[in-house]
Design a protein around this ligand. Structure first.
Ligand code: GDD
Ligand code: MN
Length: 374
């Protein structure tokens, strides 16, 4: 060990630091060391630590973190295996902290670490519960967003978010903020933990009205690695909003599953009609329509409904086989129940609706437990 490293190790410290910086990271190996260096400069004179929360990145992000943690006590790493998700990573990092103040920032150097001090001081003096690094207040800057498409996506999300928030926040999508530990502890039991928008989740889940302060910040362009946000993330965001709107009573995953099912029915009917027009016989048209619908459903459920438990590689084929079996059993249940209701003297509409409901509940229950296991 070099002398400089030994000096870092022997630095006197009493108890835990006053500030924990939580950094969610996925495939950020190249950014870890520069970020620790930037933090060391920006937070000089303060009592701080940084916790990187990595979801088993294939690029060895955690090795970078541990190599630095070995010689620098300010650096800790949490390695999560078998799970993905920005919000839940932030929550677990914050839960692992004993500090009075928690700050959250991205691990890709896009957030301006020189603003951390201002965020920390804003919550430190008790003037607010959350201090947000904001791109959408006077002096903020959003030039780091990759292209016009990302800008449109971001603006749409912000409008939607602002309609739901109990307090006025210019940049509710920011991933750069600081909060007090008591506030986090009071709010943590109510968090949804879904998706990418942990700040929204915090503000919407807080048991008391939140006192917010925004500090203008720059959002730098990403230099190394790539962004993990895409249009599906916006859909997930809509899911988080629905979840909060219905206070968790409406299972958003089930809604998504049922919607995907309805899309499957539409695909099935469309294909049957096309093949019928093309002169195919009924059996061939029905078989093709059903198969394409099931494949479409499987793909949509894998990329959307169960995005956080997504199957890949060999698992994908295993999952598909079970899905085919489950769907055909579901279809039998559907028909069987409909016939039962019909025999009971119910009209066609009621009988087939009952069959469809039982079919989708069955498919959902088995999919959630056997195919996309939590
Ligand atoms: N642990 C973990 N797990 N970390 C993740 C995951 C995940 O599944 N997905 C992304 N991250 C990390 C990234 O490594 C990065 O450090 C940070 O979360 C943000 O992800 P990016 O992929 O860089 O997001 P961005 O730059 O497109 O999005 C930024 O802007 C959003 C608003 O437009 C971020 O600042 C977001 O926090 C912000 O909400
Ligand atoms: Mn980024």
């Amino acid at each position: 060990m070099s002398r400089a490293n030994a000096a870092v190790l022997s630095e006197a410290r009493a108890g835990c630091p006053e500030i924990t910086i939580v950094v969610p990271c996925y495939r950020e190996a190249a950014n870890v060391r520069p970020l620790v260096e930037a933090l060391t400069l920006a937070l000089a004179g303060r009592s701080w630590e940084v916790v990187f929360v990595d979801d088993n990145s294939p690029d060895g992000t955690i090795d970078q973190i541990r190599a630095i943690a070995e010689v620098n006590w300010r650096v800790r790493g949490i390695s999560r295996v078998g799970r993905r998700g920005l919000s839940s990573a932030v929550i677990e990092g914050a839960l692992s902290s004993s500090a009075q103040i928690i700050a959250v920032m991205d691990g890709d150097l896009q957030h301006d670490e020189t603003q951390l001090g201002a965020l920390i001081d804003a919550v430190g003096d008790g003037g607010c519960d959350i201090a947000i690094g904001s791109r959408h207040v006077e002096g903020g800057d959003n030039s780091g967003l990759a292209n016009a498409w990302r800008h449109a996506l971001s603006d749409g999300g912000i409008r939607l978010a602002q309609m739901m928030l109990p307090v006025r926040v210019g940049d509710p999508m920011s991933g750069f903020f600081a909060l007090r530990r008591e506030f986090f502890d009071a709010t943590a039991p109510h968090l949804s933990g879904q998706g990418f928008k942990i700040l929204m989740d915090l503000i919407l889940s807080a048991p008391e009205p939140v006192r917010v302060k925004e500090i203008p910040c720059m959002f730098r362009p990403r230099v190394a690695g790539e962004s993990k946000l895409d249009v599906l993330v916006l859909l997930q965001f809509a899911g988080l909003m629905l979840d909060k709107l219905f206070h968790g009573w409406l299972p958003v995953r089930f809604l998504a599953f049922a919607t995907v099912g309805a899309i499957g029915v539409t695909v099935n009917i469309a294909i049957m009609n096309i093949m019928h027009l093309a002169g195919a016989d009924f059996e061939a048209a029905q078989a093709t329509g059903t198969l394409v619908a099931i494949l479409t459903n499987f793909w949509l459920d894998n990329t959307l409904t169960y995005r956080d438990r997504r199957l890949r590689g060999a698992q994908l084929y295993g999952g598909l086989i079970i899905f085919l079996l489950v769907s055909s059993l579901g279809a039998w249940a559907n028909i069987g129940i409909a016939q039962l209701f019909r025999a009971d003297g119910q009209g066609w509409g009621n009988a087939s609706a009952a069959g469809a409901v039982i079919g989708v509940v069955w498919n959902y229950a088995v999919s959630s437990t056997l195919i996309w296991r939590p």
